[in-house]
Write a protein that binds this ligand. Sequence first.
Ligand code: 13P
Length: 248
Amino acid sequence: MTKPLVAGNWKMHGNANTAAELATHLALHDSAFVGVEVVIFPPAVHLDRVITAAASSMVSVGAQNMSQWASGAYTGEVSGEMLNDIGCDYVLVGHSERRALFAESNQVVAEKFKAAQQQGLTPILCVGESLQQHQQGQTVKVVTEQIAAVTDLVGTKSLCKGVIAYEPVWAIGTGEVASPEQAQAVHTEIRSQLGSQGANTRIIYGGSVNATNAGALFAQPDIDGGLVGGASLEANEFLKIAQLMVQG
Ligand code: 13P
């Protein structure tokens, strides 16, 4: 079984000092999460210092986004190769905020997933339905389409080498966490779509995860970790969440 994974998405928060402090604190306490892989996703401008602060610890570092293109005249963009070059291991692709606020289509997300793997990074594919889609019972349809766009481009085998994060949009930043049973049901559905190749693929849950609710989520058989937003900005809260995955 692949190691479970607990990831911290810092989004657009903090400054150079707080980023280095948070990474240093986690790196110093990395013995707390033997048995679980911990990855932090700082803002792009802080990646370099966070990678330095986390060097020689068990904390891995990833980027929150990347370009689907390898290089060229794409002002403002950062390629997977550049991220790999400075020491990133992971990249988030298709976070719901990128889909909703920056108009990233399923196709663009799939291209980013492919580029990430080609450029030596492990992509974490984020999928999930909006509140309206949730209320209309369209969760499985939406998630299936988001996943199919990636399998159509790279194939199931490549998708299974990445990580999938189920993040219901209605649970992100709202305090309205999905119940363990709700999340497990969607994770089971995703795993069944991956077939036998997906038996060891990590499918992690995101959306209002904190140290109080993480234990019950992580106890579910198909929840292989968490993608944590707000609570990952608090070093001790994030450490507690990671430890709950160790115990789960
Ligand atoms: P919150 O944990 O703040 O709800 O954010 C979840 C998320 O979007 C992680 O990528």
